[in-house]
Design a protein around this ligand. Structure first.
Ligand SMILES: Cc1ncc(COP(=O)(O)O)c(C=O)c1O
Length: 444
């Protein structure tokens, strides 16, 4: 089949999540290596979003493939439910505990990010039940993303109205997100006193401390367009959660595994959450896998209690073997350090060169999770035409890159293995795309 026919068949037969049914992009990926994708027309495209910010180690890592093959030859499957154990799952727990924040060395395996967070919510509820309490409410941020399954979609609040078909879920509450460029409280950092963090305390007090089970947030908001928090934010929410006995869940599904220039983003602020969710980079996109790290306190509290959580695939030995190999590479090749170094240089260039463009409002993000916000003009910070997203994606493809454009924020999240020289070339493409935008393209 030729590309045109493939796209036609895709459009007519495959439903794509997070897109209108029947919408298909203009290229079909066939193979990939390092930071490059090859499509069915043989075009080479730079992958500047590491697919869905999960292929952090780059494409075609032979060592990970070999680790999977070896594991399949030895043992392709042995389940973990009902207390059964398999060797790779134990070895992975041991390896993972060497890199997770101190104290988070108990693990629950899952399949996807959403599945991991669904388990975190259930564990929060079970934890308080085990303590004889009725704390059940989950607080998350407006504009947050924690997945789309029915169990977590109520905590996600990315696109207004996307959960309208569902019955109400009164156990979920939202508070304003951190977003200094467009502060929900109309304040300016640092005079704001970090109201977005303080609002958590206000909400807990008003809802009743005895009803709030957990607060969940992304250390850097991902799916809304790579928004980094002010440095005081996480230490403040940690303190508030301590004060009111509320479990703190850091959703590191996107930020984990080197993405922000640290192995885990919470290391930027030296805080340790009670639970930390991982997926994406843990297996570099090779297979679906997720992990939830838990504190000793949660583990001890649940000890002896029946855990009504899990699936056939929890702790799949092949996923565990691949995750172990990926961890080995993150450590051996010092991938977080590379993301920090290349990301620092990229941000400097964006701040100098990109900010000089009349329609670039701000530059944001940590490590290699960076974004440029496009506005109609710097003074009004006006939002450009929503059609800009498709237009920019098309321009990017023409210039040789698959870009991550989220609303009016153009992301930069290449594989964390990218070299400085490759990154300079990628930024040339980003700059060329941005400087080609004309006022008429931006008009709302
Ligand atoms: C922060 C965060 N949490 C959860 C998820 C959901 O993960 P999955 O798509 O694997 O269900 C995502 C996915 O992008 C995410 O970015």
């Amino acid at each position: 089949m030729r590309t045109e026919e493939l796209i036609k068949y895709d459009r007519e037969h495959i439903l794509h999540g997070m897109a209108a049914v029947g919408k298909t992009q203009s290229f079909v990926v066939e193979s990939a290596d390092g930071i490059m994708l090859t499509d069915t027309d043989g075009r080479k495209l730079m992958d500047l979003s590491s697919q869905l910010i999960n292929v952090n180690l780059g494409h075609n890592r032979r060592e990970v493939i070999e680790a999977a093959k070896e594991q399949m030859d030895k043992l392709n499957f042995a389940f973990l439910l009902r207390g059964f154990a398999n060797l790779p799952s134990i070895e992975l727990a041991y390896k993972l505990s060497a890199i997770t924040p101190k104290g988070l060395d108990r693990f629950l395996w899952a399949q996807t990010g959403a599945d991991t967070i669904d388990s975190a919510f259930r564990i929060a509820n079970l934890y308080w039940k085990a303590k004889g309490s009725r704390k059940y409410k989950i607080i998350s941020l407006y504009s947050s993303y924690h997945g789309t399954t029915r169990g977590v979609a109520r905590a996600t609040n990315l696109a207004k109205g996307v959960t309208e078909e569902m019955p109400p879920a009164p156990g979920h509450l939202h508070i304003p997100n951190y977003y200094c460029y467009r502060c929900p409280f109309d304040k300016n950092y640092p005079d704001c006193g970090i109201l977005c963090a303080k609002f958590l305390e206000y909400t807990i007090v008003n809802e009743g401390e005895d009803s709030v089970a957990a607060f969940i947030a992304e250390p850097e908001q991902g799916s809304i367009g790579f928004i980094a928090p002010p440095p005081e934010y996480w230490p403040m929410v940690r303190e508030i959660c301590n004060k009111y006995n509320v479990l703190l869940i850091a959703d590191e599904v996107m930020t984990g595994f080197a993405r922000t220039g640290k192995m885990f983003a919470v290391e930027h602020w030296n805080i340790v959450p009670d639970m930390l969710s991982m997926s994406k980079g843990i297996v570099n996109g090779y297979l679906p896998f997720g992990a939830l790290a838990l504190s000793g306190d949660i583990f001890e509290t649940l000890s002896g209690h029946f855990l009504p959580i899990g699936s056939t695939e929890s702790g799949n030995p092949v996923c565990c073997a691949m995750a172990m190999k990926c961890i080995e590479i993150y450590v051996k090749e010092r991938i977080p350090e590379n993301a920090a170094r290349v990301g620092r240089r990229a941000k400097e260039r964006m701040e100098k060169e990109f900010m000089a463009l009349p329609h670039v409002g701000t530059v944001d993000g940590l490590g290699l999770m960076l974004a440029v916000e496009i506005v109609t003009d710097k003074e009004s910070k006006g939002l450009p035409n929503p059609k800009l997203t498709d237009f920019i994606q098309k321009l990017g493809i023409e210039k040789g890159a698959v870009l991550r454009i989220i609303g009016n924020r153009l992301g930069y999240a290449p594989p964390c293995t990218i070299t400085e020289e490759q990154s300079e070339r990628a930024l040339d493409i980003l700059y060329a795309v941005l400087s080609q935008l004309k006022p008429q393209d931006l008009k709302p």
